[in-house]
Design a protein around this ligand. Structure first.
Ligand code: NI
Length: 240
């Protein structure tokens, strides 16, 4: 390399170094993620807040990951501090009934009571009301859908499960989740499963290394234009 070229390179390097930082470097507010343009995945945690919710929230915060929590009203009531944190730290809150009965085997009055009491418990804890419903066990039918519609909520099921509640093993949960992860997927997990929470730092790192943005359910369903009462993804055998 000639001396002239190398000194030109040196000047270029200085120019790059001195170039003003792009505007977004100073702006603390991040652009919202556009899941039609980038790889998104929604991790969802059911039946909580579970006893390990605090540790999970610490991990999500550390890796700048968002999640959706389908809460049971009874635990929103007994562990309101976690519900408050979830909302404050940018996670999405969903309604998963008060005590987890199978809605397809419950009376209309019971279903309505289960949903309303959970809305009230979450609101009391975090000041916001869930806008998404996940019926217990993902069990729904025409009648449950009509009630969801009356509550102005779509029903959010999942594209795949982590099987964490039966695997109860950090490596197996990670392997299963990575096997079913796909762009705009909605993954079912549980924050009462200790191994799920223990394995979350490694799982998040691996997913992020694969290019996934961990976002809320509302982020991944944005283009689906769901109406209140709709179920998504459609349960097997249901017609569009
Ligand atoms: Ni559940």
């Amino acid at each position: 390399m000639s001396r002239q070229i190398s000194s030109l390179l040196a000047i270029a390097a200085v120019c790059v170094t001195l170039a003003p930082a792009p505007a977004f470097a100073q702006a603390p507010k991040k652009e919202p993620v556009d899941c039609s343009q980038v790889k998104c995945l929604a991790l969802t945690f059911d039946d909580g807040p579970g006893q390990y919710a605090g540790t999970l929230l610490d991990t999500l915060k550390k890796y700048d990951a968002k999640a959706t929590f389908f809460l049971e009203g009874q635990y929103a009531k007994s562990r309101p501090q976690f519900v408050k944190r979830m909302a404050a730290e940018g996670h999405e809150l969903g309604n998963h009934s008060y005590k987890h009965p199978d809605f397809t085997k419950s009376s209309e009055a019971t279903i309505k009571d289960e949903i309303q009491k959970t809305q009230d418990a979450v609101k009391a804890a975090a000041g916001v009301e869930p806008k998404l419903l996940r019926p217990p066990y993902g069990m729904t039918d025409v009648r449950v859908s009509e009630i969801a519609e009356q509550f102005d909520m779509p029903q959010i099921l999942w594209t795949a499960g982590s099987k964490d509640w039966s695997l109860k093993n950090v490596d197996a949960i990670q392997k299963q989740t990575l096997a079913v992860a796909e762009p705009n997927g909605i993954i079912l997990m549980h924050d009462w499963v200790k191994q799920t929470v223990d394995g979350m730092p490694a799982l998040i790192k691996t997913l992020q290394n694969k290019g996934y943005h961990l976002v809320t359910v509302s982020d991944v369903i944005k283009d689906e234009k769901l109406e209140p009462g709709d179920a998504f993804p459609l349960p097997e055998g249901w017609e569009q």
